[in-house]
Design a protein around this ligand. Structure first.
Ligand code: ZN
Ligand code: ZN
Ligand code: FE
Length: 763
């Protein structure tokens, strides 16, 4: 039969995911000769055989690749037929000039490995580091590329003969599984007391489960960092953790054994189940059920809970232990504001006093990766925190460009490197305020440059002169473009959806620096990739004390009362009851600041408006975490019965020199009246959401007339609010708009870096 020979080059996530064995087996089945090899430029395949076999091979390569691989491009080239090709072989890795291969994110334990883990006859029975090419650590253990064992933190473990055989057997599931290990040759656990002294334990997992059952706090070394674990069904254990971590109310995520258990505690949709059990295994925010055995102080004042399933063998073993509590708090092992711990010594030092025990292991975590957080809203999975399971998978952009570094913002920082048409968003770095966080940030940028083998021709950052990311950016030698915070928010959504604009962008956010001296945050922009015009915004509010006001919603409530009803609204007998809980002296100081305009910058922030309303309603006077007031207000609104869901507050629009303003003062006056009439809190909370939705849609309707545009982009941290995102999305679609919002990219500041890079890109 007529012979053909071709060369195929495959790019994408094709290394460390069982790609070569798949190719090897497929070629064998099709009786094709040739070779396959990894290079830092992708996977190279040479094939020789009948035309028909080659065609079948190509179609199966494209349509049935290994489960966790992701092909971004396949190039096929015909080459000359050679007589000496008599078999199909796997060649050693080749080095290529430019890195085009992507590193796989860390992958949750696969079903084959779970089966072996609990199989008494298997040699890896109960081995906490079992993995194969379809699962296991990746990004978190990689020091450099190409992805080969000597370039990972598995380099210190020498494969035993049995593991070695598996590693070299193309038909084995562990063929070239770089972290391959077994109890004989691989990493192992150790059990320690609060001072780090090692305790001899027959079974570290059993010891850990038993400690957790006694209400102890255990620091557990995981995949991308440490968790602090505690019994999630014990109020006192959770309270102790809160006390030690100085977290009064921040919601704590939990891990449960399986979906069945999860359904006992939460209402979970099919889409949410799929996310929970996917190989990315993120934390999914789901609706809490009432009256479960879960401790009520897990997520005070809100109706949702962060839930995840076991994703490492260690987690599977722990949750399966008969002593282990049915649900475990698994919160990141750090002090507030600092990055999550990764090293054993580091954890023993930094978590000393927080944890009663340490469950350690000796596989080094090279790269810190937090758990990702996802919420299903408006029918789509939305990334709230992008990290483990997702990083460093790139987004494909509609443009080819020079390489750009987006430095991100300050809160929930991530950075972004655009290489050609791929945008690599870093894992969640966190609050860029501590020296430790800054180290994590700069080291991660260097690491990404190294594994992407790339440098940047341009760099970009926020307008805010005091963000550490801005200062870092300004010191770089490349030309720097500063991008306004909310333009970056909008541009991130445009980048994700391949839009160039112009669009109408609604940005509901906390705060962002602007050129005009006020703090932005509730904006309607006419935006394209490169720039924006502000067409409308929320009415201005004073921020008593500047940034401090963001953490103290009662201050915003006072500011709002003053704006709505003047000085006399701040008199004692007129104050809503909730505000009377605040110390008289403190109130007097803030009153003076507001009335005399001392240290009170003005803001159009949507987040601060949420704060003001939550403060007036007494839901949250002093916040323990960012977004708390808004989350509690959303929860109250969600509790409103169907009959209580009315648009009781009419949006009032003003035109100020061609800029539309959604005036919140009449709203506040009505809310205060409702409070005096003892209208139920959920009714007011829902009415407020509806007011913002109605106002937004009315503004968009007017802006469409003015501009002729009918594409809407929704962005900014306030769109992590399900009622708001779904309400405005549906409302816009109903009147004929096309609506886009963040899915792969967080709506909050975690998405800023991509927006900056997109806005700064050439071409
Ligand atoms: Zn596996
Ligand atoms: Zn071994
Ligand atoms: Fe923001």
């Amino acid at each position: 039969m007529h012979q053909q020979a071709i060369q195929i080059s495959v790019q994408g996530i094709v290394q460390g995911v069982g790609f070569r064995p798949f190719v090897y087996r497929l070629a064998g089945k099709m009786q094709l000769k040739g070779s396959v090899a990894n290079s830092s430029n992708g996977v190279f395949i040479e094939l020789q055989g009948t035309k028909k076999a080659i065609a079948t091979f190509c179609s199966r390569l494209e349509n049935e690749p290994p489960p966790v691989s992701r092909i971004t491009s396949i190039t096929i080239k015909e080459i000359s037929v050679q007589k000496q090709r008599s078999e199909f072989i796997i060649l050693p890795s080749l080095q290529a000039e430019q890195a085009n291969t992507q590193i796989s994110p860390d992958i949750g334990l696969c079903s084959d490995c779970i089966r072996e883990l609990f199989d008494r006859r298997d040699r890896r029975h109960r081995y906490p580091f079992i993995n194969c090419t379809n699962c296991g650590p990746r990004f978190s253990i990689i020091k450099t590329i190409p992805y080969d064992r000597p370039n990972t933190s598995m380099d210190v473990f020498t494969l035993c003969p049995q593991c070695e055989r598996e590693y070299h057997d193309p038909l084995n599931r562990r063929f070239h599984a770089q972290p391959n290990a077994c109890p004989t040759c691989g990493p192992s656990l150790s059990w320690h007391d609060e001072d780090g002294e090692s305790i001899t334990a027959n079974d570290c997992i059993a010891a850990c489960a038993e400690a957790l059952a006694r209400g102890k706090i255990v620091a557990i070394k995981g995949l991308g960092g440490f968790h602090l674990a505690v019994d999630a069904t014990s109020i006192s254990a959770v309270a102790t953790l809160r006390e030690r971590k100085h977290r009064r109310e921040k919601p704590l995520a939990i891990m449960v054994r399986d979906l069945e258990q999860a359904r006992e505690y939460c209402l979970i949709s099919e889409q949410e189940e799929e996310l929970l059990s996917s190989h990315r295994a993120p934390i999914v925010l789901v609706e809490k059920r009432n009256n479960t055995i879960l401790a009520e102080n897990l997520a005070p004042g809100i109706g949702i809970l962060g839930l995840m399933l076991p994703y490492t063998p260690l987690h599977h073993l722990l949750l399966a232990d008969h002593n282990c509590p049915h649900a475990l708090v698994m919160t990141s092992g750090n002090l507030s504001g600092e990055p999550i711990c990764t090293g054993n010594d580091e954890a023993l030092a930094r978590l000393h006093g927080l944890a009663d025990h340490f469950l350690l292991h000796n596989r080094e975590i090279v790269t810190r990766v937090d758990d990702s957080v996802v919420r299903v809203m408006a029918k789509k999975a939305r990334m709230l925190r992008r990290a483990r399971g997702y990083t460093p998978e790139p987004l494909l952009l509609a443009h080819q460009t020079k390489n750009v570094l987006g430095c991100g913002a300050e809160m929930k920082n991530s950075f972004c490197i655009v290489r050609n048409n791929e945008a690599f968003i870093s894992q969640h770095i966190g609050e860029l305020t501590s020296p430790l966080a800054l180290d994590f940030y700069t080291e991660s940028i260097t690491h990404f440059q190294n594994i992407l083998e790339t440098d940047f021709q341009a760099v970009t950052c926020d307008l805010h002169p005091d963000y550490l990311s801005t200062r870092f950016c300004e010191k770089l030698p490349q030309p720097c473009k500063q991008v306004q915070h909310h333009h970056a928010h909008g541009a991130a959504v445009m980048a994700e959806h391949g839009l160039d604009g112009p669009v109408l962008a609604v940005i509901f956010d906390g705060t962002g620096y602007s050129d005009d001296g006020t703090v932005y945050g509730g904006e309607w922009y006419l935006a394209d990739r490169r720039g924006y015009t502000r067409l409308a915004h929320l009415s201005l509010l004073p921020l008593p004390g500047g940034d401090v006001a963001a953490g103290e919603p009662w201050r915003m409530a006072m500011a709002m009362l003053y704006m709505a009803a003047g000085t006399n609204a701040l008199e004692l007998q007129r104050l809503p009851e909730a505000l009377l809980q605040i110390d008289t002296g403190k109130r007097a100081v803030i009153t003076q600041m507001i009335t005399q305009k001392i240290n009170c910058p003005l803001t159009s922030s949507c987040g601060r408006l949420f704060d003001a309303v939550a403060g007036l309603l007494g839901l949250c006077l002093i916040a323990d975490y960012e977004g708390q007031a808004a989350m509690q207000l959303e929860h109250q609104a969600a509790m409103a019965g169907v009959a209580q869901r009315t648009n009781r507050y009419n949006p009032a629009l003003k035109d100020k020199e061609g800029v539309l303003i959604l005036d919140s003062r009449p709203l506040i006056r009505q809310i205060v009246e409702d409070l005096q009439q003892n209208v139920a809190i959920p009714v007011i909370a829902y009415g407020f959401h509806q007011w913002l939705q109605d106002g937004s849609i009315e503004i968009l309707r007017q802006l469409r007339q003015q501009t002729g545009l009918d594409t809407v982009v929704l962005a900014g941290g306030s769109f992590q609010n399900k009622i708001l995102l779904e309400g405005i999305t549906t409302g816009c679609i109903d009147i004929g708009f096309s609506v886009f919002s963040g899915e792969q990219v967080p709506a909050g500041d975690g998405g800023i870096a991509l927006g900056q890079a997109y806005a700064a890109m050439q071409g």
